[in-house]
Write a protein that binds this ligand. Structure first.
Ligand code: ADP
Ligand code: MG
Length: 739
């Protein structure tokens, strides 16, 4: 425990051992019938905001909010219970002072014999209390202590039970800021095994232990939502017991990843996700959509303007999409295809189909850069077809925005491209029929539904495009049994990108090579990582590299990164597209969607710092035209084994699906799921890859449950609703309430 943390333990957080007469949580646990919440109680007490916990001031609430890192919604009581300990402290060791081993946690019975005040010349020096037992002496030390308080806590001549870490200073044994100071008859207050939680600066273990205890005391004995047979076969504890086991471990083994308690909660978590997905999916299936059938004239004009024919898989995907749109069921289809597979054209033709049928269309992308790129691609296609196209991001404001919204509402604009600005409540369509969402894993389900609700009857068809190939298990956990169209072949004439790994020391050679490539008319991306610090993304690497390359290549070097104002970002990309710049130094803002077919060289600096899927995405920015492209992965050695195999895979493999599977294997699922960006709660208990088999099993169980009890009205169904609420599957709850 750091010094500042222990100080807070004594002086800021309420101190439970000072005259507290209320029974502790452990005591309540020991006498289960007293105070035990009633059976069948609902989840409300756990869904209440954190601030409803007693004794939690604004400062404590602020720290916990930071600790729980929930970006979008205020943390609830239950969120605190998802914060699991990662270790244990054993306070059972009670040696005599002379037997206590420095460096360890011990519990000692000692008697204070002397309070030594800091000298007048150094009033801020630590307060030292000399204590002893028959075997030897121990100094208890407080920094910046409230001396009166300390005197009350450790009165001279009265034995005290103290627990904490002991250290040797010279010849003396010392305990700095004991974790516990109790009277000998208060021994029962001392947790024998104490959970150790991950902390954030300013929080203490003791404080967390106490507030989590309060939160635990609120967990009622919920009716079981899992199949009794499954629970029995797995030997799983009930929900409440599982939480108690993890937060009040009796041994370190209770915290093991494969422990029944954790497995049970992980299963609850993945099955609530599966249930939510199944309910959302069913509502799409059941709720009537509208039949959108185009007569083909606009799409024909669009096709005529293309300098190429569609590939077979593009044609198949388009046919599947049109069939969905024509049916009276609502479409929810995923269009999946590796980078450069040509999803945008398919989306544009689906757009034309909807417009022919009289509906309006929105194409939404996760970033402004990407949305503008789509705008670039769509503009000539829509012009050829005579479809009025608009654009809306957070940047369109005031009169421009007002005029645009007017045209959307009147139906003058038939298709609009933009960012999540399209979700804003004052964006109103005359007749919204088709939502196309690019790079869906960055959006949450809730956002997708918000867009869908823009339709008058809330019944828009949805086409989701993703360039990130998603391994099957992850797909199940993200989308459930979503309909999927896949672009399996790349447009003809593409040559695979030649990929090489080069150590950073050979930077000069790389620059030498660039002279040659630029001389032959190539355009070059040069990507540097944005270094994430706790509070900011550091753009030093990318700006310094741009300055360096400008010294070598002059003004034809552009720079784009996420910290630039929007207009400058656009200008930098526009200049590159217009070939005014030939080298574009960038961060991963260009990761998705940016399409400059003339760019044939991709240089990625510090490639070892990127994820595999991300490198593949970046590499996908080149190799988009007929010319041979190359990708250079500059790395700083020495490389770890994982980093080495990662770069090797990239060198050898060009198939996004293979790379995604490998990425998942090497890195774990959390980042691939992209839960962070999407604001989706993601998995907090279920880790990866342990969750994979649980997901499969939960998907099956959910199908059975919904088969028996489609509206979750049986006892088990009602209990399952509680589980949904606890895991914040709000979109599914809304559907149940509506239905
Ligand atoms: P994705 O979005 O799947 O990464 P894009 O839709 O951006 O891919 O397409 C990549 C490039 O391939 C674009 O320049 C596009 O015009 C071109 N393209 C798309 N379909 C074909 C095709 N069938 N034949 C040749 N080029 C195509
Ligand atoms: Mg694209």
């Amino acid at each position: 425990m750091s010094e500042s943390q222990s100080q807070m333990a004594l002086f800021e957080a309420p101190v439970p051992w000072q005259g507290a007469s209320k029974p502790t949580f452990l005591e309540r646990m020991a006498s289960p019938d007293k105070d035990r919440p009633e059976k069948g109680a609902d989840a409300a007490a756990l869904q209440a905001p954190l601030t409803s916990l007693k004794g939690l001031g604004p400062r404590g609430a602020e720290l916990l909010t930071k600790l729980l890192a929930k970006p979008l919604t205020p943390p609830r009581v239950i969120d605190l219970l998802w914060h699991l300990p990662t270790g244990t402290l054993d306070r059972r060791l009670t040696p005599s002072v002379s037997e206590a081993l420095p460096g360890g946690i011990v519990t000692l019975v000692v008697t204070p014999v002397k309070h030594s005040a800091p000298p007048r010349s150094a009033p801020r020096a630590p307060v030292r209390i000399v204590c002893e037992d028959e075997s030897g002496a121990l100094d208890i030390v407080y920094f910046h202590g409230d001396r009166a308080g300390i005197k009350r806590l450790l009165p001279l001549g009265e034995p005290r039970l103290v627990s904490g870490r002991v250290e040797r200073h010279g010849t003396r044994l010392q305990m700095t800021h004991p974790d516990y100071v109790l009277a000998p008859n208060e021994r029962h207050r001392l947790p024998a095994i104490e959970p150790v939680y991950p902390l954030t600066l300013g929080l203490t273990q003791k404080f967390l232990y106490r507030v989590i205890g309060d939160a635990l005391a609120r967990v009622p004995e919920f009716p079981e939502w899992l199949d009794a047979s499954l629970v029995e076969a797995q030997g799983w504890p009930g929900f409440r017991d599982a939480l108690v086991t993890l937060h009040r471990p009796q041994s370190h083994a209770d915290l093991a990843l494969w422990h029944k308690a954790r497995e049970r909660l992980a299963y609850d978590e993945v099955s609530s996700a599966q249930l939510a997905i199944a309910l959302v999916r069913r509502s799409h299936r059941q709720l009537a959509g509208r039949s959108l059938v185009g007569e083909g004239s606009l799409a024909a004009k669009m096709r005529a303007s293309l300098p190429f024919a569609l590939t077979r898989s593009q044609e198949t995907a388009l046919a599947e999409i049109k069939a969905d749109m024509a049916s009276s069921r609502r479409m929810l289809r995923l269009l999946q295809g590796d980078v450069g597979a040509g999803k945008t054209v398919v989306a544009a033709l689906a757009m034309a189909n909807a417009v022919e049928a009289g509906a309006q269309v929105a194409l939404m992308a996760p970033t402004d850069v990407l949305a503008r790129q789509h705008l670039e691609t769509l503009t000539p296609l829509c012009e050829a077809a005579g479809i009025p196209l608009g654009y809306l991001s957070g940047r369109e404001q005031g009169r421009t925005r007002g005029r645009l919204l007017g045209k959307l509402a009147s139906g003058e604009i038939r298709a609009i491209c933009g960012t999540h600005a399209l979700f804003q409540p004052d964006v109103v369509f005359r007749d919204f029929g088709l939502a196309i969402v690019d790079e869906q894993h960055r959006f949450g389900v809730a956002q997708r539904l918000a867009l869908q609700e823009k339709a008058r009857a809330g019944d828009a068809d949805i086409l989701v495009m993703t360039a990130t190939p998603i391994p099957r298990t992850l797909q199940l956990s993200l989308h459930g049994d979503l309909d999927v169209s896949q672009l399996t072949e790349k447009p003809a004439g593409r040559k695979p990108v030649i990929t090489r790994t080069v150590p950073q020391e050979r930077l000069e050679d790389v620059i030498e090579g660039l002279h040659r490539a630029l001389g032959e008319g190539a355009q070059v991306y040069w990507v540097c990582p944005a270094v994430e610090s706790e509070t900011a993304r550091d753009m030093t690497a990318v700006t310094e590299r741009a300055a360096h390359l400008r010294q070598v290549f002059g003004e034809r070097v552009g720079l784009v990164h996420g910290k630039l104002p929007g207009a400058e970002k656009d200008a930098a990309i526009a200049a590159f597209i217009a070939r005014e710049t030939t080298i574009l130094v960038a961060t991963t803002v260009i990761e998705v969607g940016v399409n400059v077919p003339n760019a044939t060289v991709m240089i990625i600096e510090n490639a070892e710092m990127f994820g595999l899927a991300q490198l593949h995405q970046l590499r996908g920015r080149v190799g988009r035209g007929a010319a041979q492209s190359s990708c250079i992965l500059l790395y700083k050695g020495p490389l770890s084994e994982t980093a080495k195999s990662r770069l090797d895979i990239l060198r050898q493999v060009d198939d996004g699906f293979v790379i995604a599977e490998e990425d998942l294997r090497l890195r774990g699922g959390g980042e691939v799921l992209g839960a962070k960006q999407s604001g989706d709660p993601g998995f907090r208990i279920a880790g990866w890859p342990e969750a994979a088999p649980l997901i499969e099993r939960a998907a099956t169980a959910v199908r059975y449950l919904l088969g028996r009890d489609p509206y979750l009205k049986s006892d088990q169904g009602l209990a399952a609703r509680t589980c949904l609420a606890l895991f914040e599957r709000d979109e599914a709850m809304r559907l149940l309430q509506a239905g």
